[in-house]
Design a protein around this ligand. Structure first.
Ligand code: MRU
Length: 365
């Protein structure tokens, strides 16, 4: 089941829906979540039924197309979608892309239905390009691992979920690990469970099992002893936003892995499409980090509790929690950033600016 798809019934675009694979239900069940209006999609984004930076961009673009197809106020829907989660830059940029196509069509004299088709075409194009970017990141990432690591099979540690569930293709960091697996060069995929919402345990383990990868799950707090035991050859993670100076916002728990990796002389590699580079955000402190509800920390998520039961409390009633969804890793701890346009290493503002300029040329030509 794809992570996201556009569907139109007999009514045509007026009855269009965005169909999601509901990631809050995985791995217990592969359930569809049908969004018939942009507000439903905003709810799905907030609840993490659809998540991960590249997929959020695609969802945002389809959301604008949905608003246009169903005759909603497109600018209002676009504003609500873009504001649903603040950290992943792809969400707002995906929304803007479809909104610009819609506005451009209207400005060129198109009627409402032709403008809606233009927004949908932009969303579909973003979806397709993301799939292509994913395949190219996998190739560049595997080539980089070959350069960085001695020959032989690699033991890779990853965090959160960065596979087909976040992408039009096979993902970002996970796609590199999958390419290594297919090439016979993955000895072990270490999967951080990724507290509090368990994207590693619920989603990455689910994807790794489907590909019969040699994975093993660990609690986030076990990572230190794993490094100390010399069991990690490289860390591969994704990103939600990469600032102009190379600071990387990613799932909470990424920064401690970068610190561990540096201490243990292990490469720390970030894999992300160029759509996640944000030249307008100068540095790490300028990145807005989403704060999530405390109950995600004080309760075990409903999906891992018995079906039909309430989420189970793991802290006394009234406990206040600190629950940032992301942290920021400074560029000096990042060995390389791999994009579909190639890898940047060392990570500097100049090298990233050059990469952005190169990728804009590719997109325009
Ligand atoms: O809160 P989430 O699950 O949306 O966070 C996702 C991540 O942090 C991913 O690592 C990131 O979006 C990169 S996905 C290719």
């Amino acid at each position: 089941m794809p992570a996201i798809r556009w569907a139109e019934g007999a009514e045509g675009p007026a009855g269009a829906v965005v169909v999601l694979l509901d990631q809050t239900r995985l791995p217990a069940e592969e359930a569809e979540l049908v969004c018939a209006d942009p507000q439903a999609l905003v709810g799905a984004i907030r609840s993490l039924a659809v998540r991960g930076a590249p997929l959020l961009g695609i969802a945002g673009a389809y959301g604008v197309a949905l608003a246009a197809a169903r005759g909603h106020d497109v600018d209002q829907a676009a504003a609500a979608l873009a504001a649903a989660r603040p950290t992943a830059v792809n969400l707002a940029s995906g929304v803007r892309l479809a909104q610009a196509a819609h506005r451009g069509a209207l400005a060129a004299g198109a009627d409402a239905s032709a403008a809606a088709r233009a927004a949908l075409a932009a969303a579909r194009d973003l979806h397709t390009r993301d799939a292509e970017a994913s395949a190219r990141m996998a190739r560049h990432g595997l080539a980089l691992l070959d350069e960085l690591l001695p020959a032989g099979a690699h033991r890779i540690l990853t965090h959160c979920n960065t596979g087909a569930l976040v992408s039009g293709g096979e993902g970002t960091a996970f796609a590199v690990a999958l390419a290594a697996h297919r090439a016979g060069r993955l000895a072990r995929l270490w999967v951080d469970e990724t507290r509090p919402l368990l994207q590693g345990a619920r989603l990455t383990a689910y994807e790794a099992a489907r590909h019969a990868m040699p994975y093993r799950l660990l609690t986030d707090s076990a990572a230190g002893s794993l490094f100390a035991a010399g069991e990690v050859d490289a860390v591969l993670i994704g990103a939600d936003r990469i600032a102009a100076d190379g600071s990387v916002a990613n799932k909470i728990g990424s920064y401690p892995l970068a610190v561990l990796a540096r201490y243990h002389h292990v490469p720390f590699v970030v894999v992300a499409p160029v759509t996640t580079l944000d030249p307008d955000t100068p540095d790490g402190p300028s990145i807005e980090v989403e704060q999530r509800p405390g109950r995600e920390v004080t309760e075990i998520p409903a999906v891992v509790a018995a079906p039909g039961t309430e989420p189970a409390a793991v802290a006394p009633p009234g406990t206040q929690a600190y629950n940032p969804a992301f942290d920021v890793t400074p560029p000096e701890l990042v060995t390389a950033i791999v994009t579909e346009e190639g890898a940047v290493s060392p990570v500097t503002a100049t090298a990233l600016a050059e990469l952005c300029a190169r990728s804009r040329q590719v997109t325009i030509s």
